[in-house]
Design a protein around this ligand. Structure first.
Ligand SMILES: [Zn+2]
Length: 266
């Protein structure tokens, strides 16, 4: 079995402020270590379920957060950003059996996490596909499904785990914290690690084909920007149109065109 893990940080246990999302800031050091611990737990849970090869995309900020020396030996880790449309799932393809998401967070425009955002928080107010608000989980679990790879597990804030269930009712989830306004209520970081390991094993021991979802026939992507002038600029992306002063729409039947548009429209 070959498994893909995409890891972010704003849904890692306890993370509450931007200062805690980078190891270059003293306040962030322990949270970046916890990110490594939660990814390690997912790897170990996957190995217990029979995973032979695990790819990890370090998908936060610089893409250079996770300490790979702490991880099991049968991994490959993607660090930095190639800057291709697959972004947070760079490297995904048909050879994988399952995808998992660690440290994921609520979408831009929603509560659920003090750090809710989708891609670039300072630029994008909300992103929608077919009228529904989308998160980074939606964007890139769809990208995995586009290659026939089902998303079987997500950990992060409570709201993103609920939103994920709404898209994929058979996905296993671990909520490590709940956002309340500008605060978070978290479980103990060691409990998160134990739960992630257990639930990942459970997720992969099930019939993972039940986690396949049917992608929409057509995707109407709408990006609502914080600033009208960003909407104006991105409305010149080929095929895109300005819907209102802050919102750009782009439509395609091919999901690859959607993630390509997202790459250039943020
Ligand atoms: Zn993120």
């Amino acid at each position: 079995m070959k498994v893909f893990i995409s890891a972010d940080i704003e849904g890692i246990t306890g993370v509450t402020h931007w200062n805690e999302t980078s190891k270059t800031n003293q306040e962030g050091v322990s949270f970046v270590e916890q990110m490594t611990s939660e990814v390690k737990a997912a790897c170990e849970g996957a190995i217990k379920a029979g995973a032979k090869e695990i790819w990890i995309k370090d998908a936060h900020g610089s893409g250079r957060n996770i300490d790979s020396s702490k991880l099991p030996e049968n991994i490959k880790i993607v660090r930095g950003w190639s800057r291709d449309p697959y972004s947070m799932v760079q490297g995904i393809n048909e050879s994988f059996d399952a995808a998992m998401f660690i440290g994921y967070h609520s979408a831009a425009g929603s509560g659920g996490n003090p750090l809710s955002h989708t891609m670039r928080g300072s630029v994008i107010y909300e992103m929608r596909i077919n009228g529904e608000r989308v998160s980074e989980f939606t964007l890139y679990s769809y990208a995995c499904q586009y290659h026939g790879v089902p998303s079987v597990f997500i950990s992060g804030d409570k709201k993103i785990t609920e939103d994920a269930k709404g898209i994929n009712k058979n996905i296993e989830t671990v909520a490590v914290m709940e956002g309340v306004g500008n605060s978070t209520v978290s479980i103990h970081p060691d409990v998160s690690v134990k739960k992630i390991e257990e639930e990942v094993t459970k997720a992969l021991n099930k019939d993972i084909s039940k986690c396949n979802i049917e992608l929409p026939e057509e995707f109407v992507l709408e990006i609502q920007y914080v600033h009208h002038y960003d909407a104006y600029t991105y409305s010149f992306y080929p095929g895109a149109e300005l819907v209102d002063e802050c919102t750009v729409r782009f439509t395609s039947k091919d999901y690859y065109e959607i993630i390509r548009a997202v790459l250039f429209m943020k």
